[in-house]
Each structure stands twice: as structure tokens, then as C-alpha cells.
Design a protein around this ligand. Structure first.
Ligand code: SF4
Ligand code: F3S
Length: 106
């Protein structure tokens, strides 16, 4: 499966949802996640993310391992998103900022 990592938080560009053939992205207030049981590992979303926030599960950086479980948990409670929307207003400012997990809204 593929996993949305920390750099999506407070950016949420949503380019990823446009290309997913199985519509397995789920949306929270300032972050998106991938449903691990629905993702078919096509890898199409990974290069689409302007924030480089998407990883194959086996390539998630060491300091973002908790996002694997976080994607699974939040995908079960958030709503499905299938169409691109505007990024969050300060997306450019937050792109690349470390420690954004504290900013995650549920
Ligand atoms: Fe969707 Fe493919 Fe990305 Fe999985 S890897 S979330 S199926 S676009
Ligand atoms: Fe997030 Fe990147 Fe998609 S910032 S919403 S994973 S395009």
C-alpha cells in the first residue's frame, strides 16, 4: 500500500486524488490519508504530490513510521475524496516544515 506522510499536513494539495484509479483517499480538515485495504499499489499518486508527501509503505522514512498506522485509522473515520480541491491557503508556507504532526486536525 501507499501512505500519506507528514508533509501533506497543512498543505493538502489534493493532486493525488485525481489520479487514483480506485478512489481510496480520505479527507480530514488539513490532511489526507490512503485506505490501506483499498490501495492497489499502482504508484500513480506518488509523483503527483507537489509536497512529495506520498511513499510506498516500505519506503516510508524512519521518522514517519507512525503514519502507516495513522493512515489506516483515519481512513476508517474520514470521508472519501475523489476530486481535486484548492490547496490549503498557506500550503506553500507549510511545505517542508518539520514536525507538522502536532498540527494535525482530526
Ligand atoms: Fe491510489 Fe494507486 Fe496511490 Fe494506491 S498507489 S493510493 S491505488 S493512486
Ligand atoms: Fe497531500 Fe500531496 Fe495529496 S499534499 S493531498 S498527498 S497531493
Amino acid at each position: 500500500t501507499f501512505v500519506v506522510g507528514e508533509n501533506c499536513i497543512k498543505c493538502k494539495y489534493t493532486d493525488c486524488v485525481e489520479v487514483c484509479p480506485v478512489d481510496c483517499f480520505y479527507e480530514g480538515p488539513n490532511f489526507l490519508v490512503i485506505h490501506p485495504d483499498e490501495c492497489i499499489d499502482c504508484a500513480l499518486c506518488e509523483p503527483e504530490c507537489p509536497a512529495n508527501a506520498i511513499f510506498s509503505e516500505d519506503e516510508v522514512p524512519e521518522d514517519q513510521q507512525e503514519f502507516i498506522e495513522l493512515n489506516a485509522v483515519l481512513a476508517d473515520v474520514w470521508d472519501n475524496i475523489t476530486e481535486k480541491t484548492d490547496p490549503l491557503p498557506d500550503a506553500e508556507k507549510w511545505d517542508g516544515v518539520k514536525g507538522k504532526l502536532e498540527q494535525l486536525e482530526r
